[in-house]
Design a protein around this ligand. Structure first.
Ligand SMILES: Nc1ncnc2c1ncn2[C@@H]1O[C@H](COP(=O)(O)OP(=O)(O)OP(=O)(O)O)[C@@H](O)[C@H]1O
Ligand SMILES: N[C@@H](CCO)C(=O)O
Length: 313
């Protein structure tokens, strides 16, 4: 669970006066999530999620909030950010950048069925298409340079020689891939199961756009299948894979270059989350309740991709 910054009832009441949302009814810290502080907030005018951004700078946030606005206003199932009386969707609370967004209905699923995987693949394709008209630009803060620098740091700091060897070898092999040369666009970059909401089998929400960036579209698909289509022991679930990838393809066809790069792109995506989780284990953050995810799960997925060719696109 993660609530890094506590907000009092009085602070929240004062904060909400900036918005046309009516008086505060109740609020509660949200346990899930590892990056930001989140609260569910109920007011006379509806249900909201308040996010205090713990790592992101004020200057970086208009890209993410603008993207959510862009997608939601085109009918995509993302949360529309609320605006203050004077039109701002980004404000300050407790000296941190903060935003209030619509609370979407639904729950995330831990064990997705084939219909849910198919809906996620379709939604990702639709997101890529709808975001083509978004004017904002943001480099991937967890892109190739970050993977290289973080990998080198963790390889130096770890006491386990096998981890050091795996990171160094994977970084060397990743040198042969140029994600920039593949079809580009705005990507979600973190479309894990905990960032998608369902009511039964109906996908009702995509949340947490705070890693969204410009990068290779196929990398986003790799991030998504690595989370949705693998079992906890690191083995691939082929039926989920086919459902998700097939539904994505119904919205956007792959290029030859993407098909050729796919095995290494899957590895780049697995490496990114292994490294970020490993970093959080090795350098834990202070907080009221802090949730850290298991790095080994992503090490297993990376090793799987290194040993076995994935199904072709
Ligand atoms: N718009 C929304 N509607 C409904 N629930 C939401 C919404 N935004 C966030 N949540 C809830 O808050 C939880 C945490 O949000 P989020 O995933 O954005 O956390 P985080 O710490 O910012 O990110 P991360 O997933 O990267 O750790 C979600 O799991 C979900 O339960
Ligand atoms: N989705 C990430 C956390 C936020 O980036 C993970 O599971 O490691």
């Amino acid at each position: 669970m993660s609530v890094f910054t506590k907000v009092s009832h009085t602070q929240l009441r004062r904060f909400l006066k900036q918005y046309p949302v009516g008086a505060l009814i109740g609020f509660q810290g949200i346990g899930e999530g590892v990056e930001n502080t989140n609260y569910f907030v109920d007011t006379e005018d509806g249900r909201w999620v308040l996010t205090l951004f713990e790592r992101l700078n004020y200057a970086d946030l208009p890209f993410f909030l603008g993207l959510m606005d862009h997608l939601a206003s085109r009918g995509f199932v993302s949360a529309m950010p609320a605006r203050t009386h004077d039109g701002r969707n980004l404000v300050t609370l407790q000296a941190k950048p903060a935003a209030l967004v619509r609370r979407l209905v639904g729950q995330s699923v831990l064990f997705p069925n084939l219909e849910q995987c198919s809906q996620v693949g379709r939604a990702l394709g639709e997101l890529h298409v709808a975001a083509q008209s978004y004017a904002g630009h943001c480099d991937n803060s967890r892109g190739a340079l970050w993977r290289e620098q973080t990998g080198r740091l963790l390889a130096r700091k770890t006491r386990e020689a096998s981890i050091r060897r795996l990171i160094e070898d994977e970084l060397a092999q990743q040198m042969s891939i140029e994600l920039d040369a593949l079809p580009q666009g705005v990507i979600h970059a973190d479309l894990f199961r905990d960032n998608v909401l369902f009511v039964d089998d109906r996908l009702t929400g995509v949340i947490d756009f705070y890693y969204a960036c410009n990068d290779a579209l196929i990398y986003d698909l790799a991030v998504t299948v690595n989370d949705w289509c693998f079992e906890p022991d690191g083995t691939l679930n082929p039926a989920r894979w086919d459902a998700l990838v097939g539904a994505y393809r119904s919205r956007r066809e792959f290029t030859e270059a993407e098909r050729a790069a796919w095995p290494l792109v899957l590895r780049a995506a697995a490496l990114r989350f292994w490294l970020s989780r490993l970093y959080d284990w090795m350098f834990p953050r202070e907080g009221d309740v802090v949730h850290v995810k298991d790095p080994d799960q992503y090490k297993r997925i990376l090793v799987h991709h290194r040993e076995q060719m994935p199904p072709a696109l």
